[in-house]
Design a protein around this ligand. Structure first.
Ligand code: NI
Length: 169
């Protein structure tokens, strides 16, 4: 397994509508690398475009620290149902380091996806799992959590990230 470099916003690959995965065997290695990269960061979710691969795949593990890990790989995920009730969570993103802002989303979502063997799954997520799944699916549509904020806030954060990238370069 290999740690992948996580892209920092702004980057065109983070604003791309990702293509469906058609050959699941071809993304197994990518998924393993993404899980390792996510745990190493550390983070609770990571989408393929964040490591420069614009395909519809993300990994997540929102299990509490004291619980056994539950690494999930979701290929071609889609929301099949969302609750009317909403939840506001403070979100962050590995592609927007050290920025945390409140985002309001449906409190519960049902998500359908394929696993790395092509098997079909559907599960109702709530709490942090629901927030994370929606945040990651947004990534696959080229959307970041800051796109849920006001244009002014978004501009300020983007300017901060450009500066960070210049300093790291
Ligand atoms: Ni993110």
């Amino acid at each position: 397994m290999t740690l992948r470099r996580i892209l920092i916003h702004p980057d065109p690959r983070l604003q791309t509508r990702c293509a469906p995965v058609t050959d699941i065997a071809a993304v197994r290695r990518l998924a393993e690398d993404m899980l390792e990269t996510m745990y190493d960061a550390p983070g609770v979710g990571l989408a393929a475009p964040q490591v420069g691969e614009t395909v519809r795949l993300f990994v997540m593990d929102c299990s509490p620290r004291e619980a056994p890990p539950r690494p999930l790989v979701l290929v071609n995920p889609r929301v099949t149902w969302a609750s009317e009730e909403t939840n506001t969570h403070e979100e962050g993103c590995l592609s927007i380091p050290d920025v945390y802002e409140e985002v309001t989303r449906p409190a519960r979502v049902r998500v359908a996806w394929q696993d790395l063997d092509g098997g079909a799954h559907e599960e109702l997520f709530e709490g942090l799992w629901a927030t994370c799944a929606q945040h990651e699916i947004d990534h696959l549509d080229g959307r970041l959590f800051i796109d849920h904020l006001s244009p002014l806030k978004r501009r300020l954060i983007t300017a901060k990230m450009k500066k960070l990238k210049r300093m790291r370069a």
